[in-house]
Design a protein around this ligand. Structure first.
Ligand SMILES: Cc1ncc(C[n+]2csc(CCOP(=O)(O)OP(=O)(O)O)c2C)c(N)n1
Ligand SMILES: [Mg+2]
Length: 422
């Protein structure tokens, strides 16, 4: 199957575009009131290399039949993709100023029917690799040189559909299909390896028949180019998977390596700090550090100094933070009025030994984490794997227990069939 020409691009351009992604993520989050900083910053170099050097797309002809297809399993990080599409001319830059506003085409997940350059909608994690399988099959059938590339999260590896798609990709020998896993050590409830371990990923993808490329530092532009180029342009009869070890929040010191900034909002003082650090390119020197001492898979990335300032169970805000800033954990402090967790604890205290609580990487946002801390033996976090959670809850019920599922309902109702959760 096809490999395609690679544009000759200076590394400084890629570095600048990665900065653009981070800067615009900060700016658009300011418009929106909350945003996925951590997820966007971790993919910045990968997305910059794809769009400015490797993928074949046409901004003036977004539906060009032979374009490479890019989908985002981790659709919640679209905030980092929209600025690139605007910069390339897929839509007017002014659209960015309307991000998340009523009537805007740009919401917090990519929508294929509204945004030129978006090849498929997403938001409900886990189904875009299947879409990419279909795109790769279609390209082959039509004799098109198009490749299908899907960017996924490490938490997303918990979804069973990923492995269904992995089987299909290998079975059909789709060497025009590339999966990229952004292994940033962050998900909603913490490091996905602690929530529900999916490592060893290399062995798994290899066993599923994929050409598996381990990228130790997804912020090292040369190494990232090399890995992506090999995946895209050295077809060998198998689909390729790049396992990119990255750092959540990369580029802003107080966000780097913390899953708490998966979702958050910067107050005026911290926003200026963030811009200054992004502009200074601080993250590049940090990359050197990680390259010299690559973290073990599954290890939470967090500096010792930062760790001291953080109580992982509660808040990350310290004295020198702008009090108007909040990260996910702090925002949960604001939503303690959610009574589910407290009520469940009260029921358990009243003697209901039958209660067991199940969640799918949404224990903190739905506030049942407190039950988990009080009754760890009766709290099961199944990772981002809703079907398995529901099946396991049914099994628990057959054993005389009373399972309570705590999750966002739309991720239970709309799994896999829906193109978007919005
Ligand atoms: C099916 C589904 N379940 C839950 C969510 C809610 N959710 C949004 S982001 C996220 C964590 C994602 O972690 P990961 O896949 O590692 O992506 P990252 O943001 O770290 O790149 C979750 C659970 C969702 N969007 N879709
Ligand atoms: Mg992640």
């Amino acid at each position: 199957m096809p490999s395609r020409t690679v544009r000759n691009v200076d590394r400084s351009l890629i570095r600048d575009k990665a900065k653009l992604i981070r800067r615009e993520t900060v700016r658009l989050t300011d418009i929106c009131g909350s945003g996925h900083y951590g997820s966007s910053f971790s993919m910045a170099e990968i997305v910059a290399l794809l769009y400015y050097q490797l993928l074949h797309v046409r901004a003036d002809e977004p539906r060009w039949a032979d374009r490479d297809r890019f989908t985002m399993g981790k659709g919640h990080a679209a905030i980092g993709l929209f600025p690139v599409l605007a910069d390339l001319g897929f839509f007017p830059a002014e659209w960015l100023d309307t991000y998340s506003r009523m009537g805007s085409f740009l919401g917090d997940h990519p929508e294929m029917k509204k945004v030129p350059g978006i090849d498929f909608s997403s938001g409900s994690i886990g189904h875009n690799l299947s879409v990419s399988v279909g795109m790769a099959l279609g390209a082959r059938l039509k004799g098109s040189p198009a490749r299908a590339v899907c960017l996924m999260g490490d938490g997303e590896m918990n979804e069973g559909q990923i492995w269904e798609a992995a089987q299909a990709g290998a079975h059909y020998g789709l060497d025009n299909l590339v999966g990229i896993v952004d292994i940033n050590g962050a998900g909603s409830d913490g490091d996905p390896q602690q929530t529900l371990r999916s490592e060893p990923l290399k062995e798994k993808w290899e066993a599923f028949g994929w050409n598996t490329i381990v990228l130790k530092d997804g912020h090292d532009i040369d190494a990232t180019f090399d890995a992506l180029n090999r995946a895209l342009n050295a077809p060998d009869g198998r689909p390729a998977c790049v396992l990119a070890y990255t750092v959540a929040g990369k580029g802003v010191s107080f966000m780097e390596g913390t899953w708490q900034w998966h979702l958050g909002f910067l107050g005026p003082k911290d926003i200026e700090r963030a811009y200054a650090e992004i502009d200074a390119g601080e993250h590049m020197s940090q990359s050197e550090k990680y390259r010299a001492n690559p973290p073990a898979p599954g290890m939470a990335y967090m500096s010792a100094e930062l760790k001291k300032t953080i109580d992982l169970a509660e808040s990350t805000v310290t004295d020198d933070f702008d009090e108007r800033s909040w990260d996910m954990v702090v925002s949960l402090g604001l939503s303690r009025q959610l009574t589910t967790g407290r009520t469940l604890i009260e029921l358990a205290e009243a003697g209901h030994d039958d209660i067991v609580v199940c969640t799918a990487d949404l224990g903190r946002p739905t506030q049942v984490i407190g039950f988990g801390q009080t009754y760890p033996d009766r709290y099961f976090n199944f990772g981002i794997a809703e079907r398995n959670m529901i099946g396991a809850a049914a099994g628990l019920a057959t054993m005389g227990l009373t399972p309570v599922i705590s999750n966002y309902s739309f991720f239970l109702a709309l799994i896999s069939a829906t193109p978007t959760c919005r």
